[in-house]
Ligand binder design. Sequence first.
Ligand SMILES: Cc1cc2nc3c(=O)[nH]c(=O)nc-3n(C[C@H](O)[C@H](O)[C@H](O)COP(=O)(O)O)c2cc1C
Length: 417
Amino acid sequence: MTNSETTHRPRILLGVTSGIAAYKSPEIVRRLTERGCLVQVVMSTEARKFVSPLSLQAVSGRRVRDDLWDEVAENAMGHIELARWADLVLIAPATASCISCLASGSAHDLLSTLCLATRAPVFLAPAMNHAMWAHPAVQANVKLLASRGVRILGPAEGQQACGEEGLGRMMEPYQLVEAVFEDPKKLASQLLKNTRVIVTAGPTREPIDPVRYITNRSSGKMGFALASAAQAAGAEVVLVSGPVALDAPRGVGFVGVETAEEMYEQVWQRVQGIDLFIACAAVSDYRPQAASSQKIKRKSMEISLDLVRSRDTLAEVASITDGPFTVGFAAETQDVKVHARKKLDDKGLDMIAANRVGPDCGFDQEANALTVLWRDGQIELEQAAKPVLARRLIRLIAEHYHSGRAERNISSQVVQA
Ligand SMILES: Cc1cc2nc3c(=O)[nH]c(=O)nc-3n(C[C@H](O)[C@H](O)[C@H](O)COP(=O)(O)O)c2cc1C
């Protein structure tokens, strides 16, 4: 096992069979690795006539496997080792012959044998001439496999390598990768496996006297949705929240707090050994210098309130050496991206999710849109219901977290060498 495998990155076993579309397989590998996956390529014997194992090895960083009789494999049982290793099997392209073998349960080569042995979900991207695809034998095989839970991706319609047009082209690599990541119950449940995450949510209340406080309009909905999405992605999650009218998500550890100071204390007690810190709470930047122990009475003259800065939990967590991957939020009323990038830089965050807030957007709404920024990039996450947006953001965070870790592992290996 390499260093980068000690944390759980999604493991995709890419099967490549001998259709013309195999020339696109290196791009599938590249796109999967860019999204933080470990990719192991297994080729059918004939597939090397269409794409070189060397290209696939170069992009995946792993020896391509194609031999059932592999003496180098663990216990000489490569098919079992690979079947257990995979979180998901994607065969792209899947030939008519491969589909037929899988439907009949044939175990004649490494790929077909491991497909029988694996408990991982299997996705197929058929690619063939349109008449072959329309043939009742192929259709019957596809139907049978789908009824057993195999996901069939495509095929697409259009110009074919044989010069004809029709339904049978392999879906494009980017579409296949999207489809693999879209399946919420399958790969999504592996994205943050073996990670520990703290999410903060909601507003804080800074007391002025026993009956009054300073607070803000945060409802906690986005933070709660993020905690839930991180838990669904396989993480062990603790949600530290200010006062909100929401039930704690199932399967998530919950800590309720009231003030910024309490939020700081509760986070700090738990931050050791945490992999990701997602600070979605709208923590009050200021608090009254001294809360009155008695209710402040109405007086004839004006009174003023002295405010002091609260401790900055996010900045302090971000400054921990070898600390967690930190994600902040920026709710701004103007120049959203400018303020967000400044906050990212000033606090030394790994990522920041920014949104505009106002009467019609942001706080206490059911939907939101985000601009997510990191050191050398940014992406827009379109308007969506907060649970949907939270799942997209968790996916993005997981990709950056895993690729950052992989980079750190490579550089520490270089330093050690
Ligand atoms: C030039 C050429 C192109 C081919 N393209 C396809 C194809 O796109 N889809 C397909 O199902 N079979 C195609 N075939 C047939 C398969 O290569 C053949 O059925 C092979 O035995 C499948 O083996 P495999 O699935 O183990 O790789 C092609 C054959 C040749 C010679």
